[in-house]
Design a binder for this molecule. Structure first.
Ligand code: SLL
Length: 221
């Protein structure tokens, strides 16, 4: 079986978080090269929601496209953590793009994954209590949906059980999702019956073979 073959009717979702943290640039954080008009230090990032999820076999690099006021605005990060830390004075839109290794793209027609993140330096949620240092966190949730993944991608994404449905669904609202589990146990019961039949058949054939062997020996004598 070729591992670049795509698995029909299967999609795998990988929850991710992206966004930025920022805080006011205090004097002790300034260095000799910090431009005096810079007021904040910030970090823009993208990561899987769950710790321990390793996407490096799938992701070649993540690029963060900053405002043109920055030197080399396109920052390319080849390995985790996928993040860029900078200082600055203004808010702007950052384009975060995931470039996949060949064969591990999200789908036949979806090569890369791109999101726009509005960098936040100033408190934007009036309900959030103001933080020390003018700290701001703007973090959003999204999902990478791998459609009809290749067998190789499927194998990587299911190495750990994090992408599988939970064994039992506790949430009453989601109880309707358990029907597929019922089907699954019926299926297993059916398989047990066939496994038993096959074992019996093997036993029968083994006995026949032994009888034939005996016959052969008798004829050769
Ligand atoms: C604004 N439209 O006027 C935005 C532009 C640009 C942000 C924000 C410093 C870059 C540098 C910086 O913070 N640029 O000095 O390297 O608000």
């Amino acid at each position: 079986m070729s591992s670049s073959r795509r698995i029909k009717n299967v999609s795998i979702s990988v929850p991710i978080l992206y966004g930025n943290h920022a805080e006011k640039l205090t004097d002790d954080k300034r260095t000799a090269i910090t431009p005096p008009d810079h007021t904040h230090e910030w970090t823009v990032f993208l990561k899987p929601v769950l710790d321990g999820v390793d996407l490096t076999p799938l992701i070649k690099r993540v690029t963060f496209k900053l405002h043109e006021t920055y030197d080399t605005p396109v920052r390319s990060i080849e390995s985790p953590p996928y993040q860029v830390t900078e200082t600055g004075w203004g808010e702007f839109e950052i384009i975060i793009k995931i470039h996949f290794h060949p064969g591990s793209e999200l789908g036949i027609n979806e090569k890369n994954f791109q999101i726009f993140h509005g960098l936040k330096l100033h408190p934007f949620n009036p309900k959030a209590p103001p933080r020390e240092n003018g700290e701001v966190h703007s973090v959003l949730y999204d999902e990478l949906i791998f459609q009809e993944p290749t067998e190789a991608t499927f194998e990587i994404l299911t190495r750990k059980p994090f992408n599988l449905l939970p064994e039992t669904i506790e949430d009453e609202e989601k109880k309707d999702q358990e029907f597929s589990r019922g089907d699954e146990s019926d299926e297993l019961a059916r398989l047990d019956v066939f496994i038993h039949k096959i074992k019996q058949e093997i036993e029968t054939q083994k006995n026949k073979y032994q009888d034939l062997e005996q016959e052969k020996i008798a004829l050769l004598q």
